[in-house]
Design a binder for this molecule. Structure first.
Ligand SMILES: Nc1nc2c(ncn2[C@@H]2O[C@H](COP(=O)(O)OP(=O)(O)OP(=O)(O)O)[C@@H](O)[C@H]2O)c(=O)[nH]1
Ligand SMILES: [Mg+2]
Length: 341
């Protein structure tokens, strides 16, 4: 009981036969403030400007001669891929934008491979291409082979997918020899946080559809993250204050579930709340922090590609110089042989 000691009640006399209670209230117990399950970003204007500055300065390594990081958003129908593109473009433009059509439908609202360049308030552009894609569906939607083509850069931008006729190598639109800039530099799985249970949409069929690109991404050494959307629907406390996400046990649980589902480490699972009903922008430090993280991953991928390429080139050079010197030795041997003859 708050501020009342046992002595105040029994007055030092423990021989109580009758005790009348007038009110029982659940007072504030001395609970320690909830501990965040992940160190949250600093929620202030200074950090927000710092993040914006960092993201605007980020670009692919100079020696790659690539202008933009290519980030592919992949996920089930209605998981919030297009909304995320709108959220990011809104944040940098300083007003709510609707460049991508969003909506609720059984089949994917997005039907093409649509890259979004992000303009900034000052008129510049970020070195990002957020690539929206049609949603994965149980019986139709993107085929595994098409996902593979996307990862490898065989699909041209704005390509309209046709569920009754999947893209083929013989298709005139098919990019036969993709460059590094056409390939995906970071794969972002977009999952709706309210549908991680099998009862709410995560069917075995869908899980297989998600695990295939996950495996392909691993083989191609493409960094991968999970964007967990709709966190406002998972915990209503987060609805008006996204900064509470990092102390919410419901969100923590959701992050653990998603990490287990696709076998990615928990720190690769990034919870977000997209702008879906808002008329005004918030100081959304969270989205900026995770966007910077995605860019760092894409940068790592491109640096690895460069490293592998330079190793291959020097190995080839070594091989060709070895074979040249072998030829030289052989011809010297022949010369000395002919002299002897
Ligand atoms: N509450 C809430 N709703 C969201 C959030 N993100 C998206 N939505 C809503 O979810 C629905 C689907 O969003 P989309 O962005 O169209 O999803 P998508 O993944 O692009 O869907 P397809 O193109 O059909 O595959 C829309 O009604 C959005 O307003 C979120 O973080 N919170
Ligand atoms: Mg969409």
């Amino acid at each position: 009981m708050q501020g009342v000691t046992a002595n105040d009640i029994h007055n030092g006399n423990l021989n109580v036969t009758e005790l009348e209670l007038y009110q029982v209230a659940d007072g504030q117990r001395n609970r320690s403030p909830a501990q965040p399950w992940r160190k949250p970003p600093e929620w202030n204007q200074k950090f927000m400007s710092e993040l914006q500055g960092d993201i605007q300065a980020l670009s692919p390594p100079e020696n790659t001669k690539i202008s933009d990081f290519r980030i592919l958003l992949l996920g089930p129908v209605g998981s919030g891929k297009s909304s995320f593109c709108n959220t990011v473009t809104s944040l940098f433009l300083g007003r709510i934008t609707q460049r991508s059509i969003v909506g609720d439908s059984i089949h994917s609202v997005t039907t093409s491979y649509k890259p979004f360049t992000v303009r900034t308030k000052k008129g510049g552009c970020l070195h990002f291409r957020l690539c929206d894609s049609p949603g994965l569906e149980g019986s139709q939607g993107l085929e595994a082979v098409e996902t593979n083509f996307l990862l490898d850069g065989h699909v041209p931008e704005m390509y309209e997918f046709n569920p009754s006729s999947p893209l083929q190598v013989s298709d005139p639109d098919f990019i036969q020899s993709p460059k590094t800039e056409d390939k995906v530099h970071c794969l972002v799985f977009v999952l709706d946080g309210t549908t991680l249970d099998s009862t709410w949409g995560m069917t075995t069929e869908m899980l297989i559809k998600l695990k295939t690109p996950r495996k392909l991404g691993n083989q191609k050494e493409i960094p991968q993250v999970i964007l967990l959307t709709k966190l406002d629907l998972v915990d209503e406390n987060v609805c008006n204050d996204v900064s509470k996400a990092f102390v919410s046990t419901k969100i923590e649980e959701m992050v653990k579930k998603a990490s287990k589902l696709l076998g990615l480490p928990e720190n690769h699972v990034l919870p977000v709340k997209n702008y879906n009903r808002e008329m005004m922008l918030n100081d959304d430090v969270n989205i900026l922090a995770l966007l910077r993280q995605i860019a760092y991953f894409a940068e790592d991928y491109l640096e690895n590609v460069q490293l592998t390429r330079s190793r291959t080139v020097s190995a080839r050079r070594r091989m060709s110089s070895n074979s040249k010197s072998e030829n030289l030795t052989q011809s010297c041997d022949l010369d000395s042989a002919s002299e002897t003859i």
